[in-house]
Design a protein around this ligand. Structure first.
Ligand code: DGL
Length: 250
């Protein structure tokens, strides 16, 4: 069993990590489109084109399933990706992200609890999450964060200052709610969000993505031996020189 995983850069590694933990004997091919990151400030047409190109590369490696580990591609290009993949099953991150936010909301006072969706500009403007989550949702675009994460600035004063600019007003406004990291890059800076949003429940989609595979038609092929070993990965980066050191440890 071989699963392809792609993102504009190193964000999808946060999803890949969970997949490797959940399905350790699967083989993975990870594609990071580091030559074109960030996707989130591009036009919908460009995002569709780049996402379809990634799908084409991964399909040519003979994968049995594809995980679109990028919210921007999942929100704007899923149909274009599915067209490329044909019969190969495709899993996205938006449905699982919504599932994670709803589960957290139940623990946090139910539908009255605010869900703060944090994502790229393109994801936020698609309203993929806003539409799925309904009332009491705030959608906040954070376009400067992905370039900083790709730069390896996970605990940099400029990063902390920028996050404060994006979420400070919500942190000051009153009752903490649920903050959904609706960009797969953001779990890299989970600690920085915790610092900026004290008391908030901060969630991401990675575990729910693994659950969506476990519930699907490919479930039977995912469960094999050896729980402790992390699944083998073939890495492809469209610009290998632009991969930050912390992403090379996988
Ligand atoms: N990791 C991405 C996402 O989940 C893409 C970020 C970007 O390239 O702007 O949206």
């Amino acid at each position: 069993m071989k699963i392809g995983v792609f993102d504009s850069g190193i964000g999808g590694i946060t999803v890949l990590g969970e997949l490797r933990r959940s399905f350790p004997s699967v083989e993975y091919v990870y594609l990071g489109d580091t030559a074109h990151v960030p996707y989130g400030t591009r036009s919908a047409a460009q995002i569709r084109q780049l996402s379809a190109d990634c799908a084409r590369v991964l399909k040519s490696t003979g994968i049995d399933a594809l995980v679109v580990a990028c919210n921007t591609s999942s929100s704007l290009a899923l149909d274009a990706i599915c067209d490329v993949m044909g019969e190969v099953p495709v899993f996205d991150v938006v449905g699982p992200g919504v599932e994670a936010a709803k589960a957290a909301r139940r623990k946090c006072g139910g539908s009255r609890a605010t869900v703060l969706v944090l994502a790229t500009r393109a994801t936020i403007r698609s309203h993929a999450y806003g539409k799925a989550l309904g009332a009491n949702v705030i959608e906040q675009e954070c376009p400067l964060l992905v370039p900083m994460i790709e730069e390896g600035w996970l605990d940099h004063p400029v990063l902390h200052r920028t996050i404060k600019e994006y979420v400070g007003a919500y942190a000051r406004a009153g009752r903490p709610g649920v903050a959904l990291l609706a960009c797969t890059h953001y779990p890299w800076i989970h600690a920085a969000f915790e610092r900026a949003l004290p008391g908030w429940m901060i969630v991401n989609s990675a575990q729910a993505v693994a659950r969506s595979l476990a519930r699907s038609g490919i479930a039977r092929k995912l469960r094999v031996r050896g729980k402790s070993r992390a699944g083998r990965v073939q890495w492809i980066f469209t610009d290998p020189d632009a991969v930050p050191a912390m992403a090379r440890d996988g």
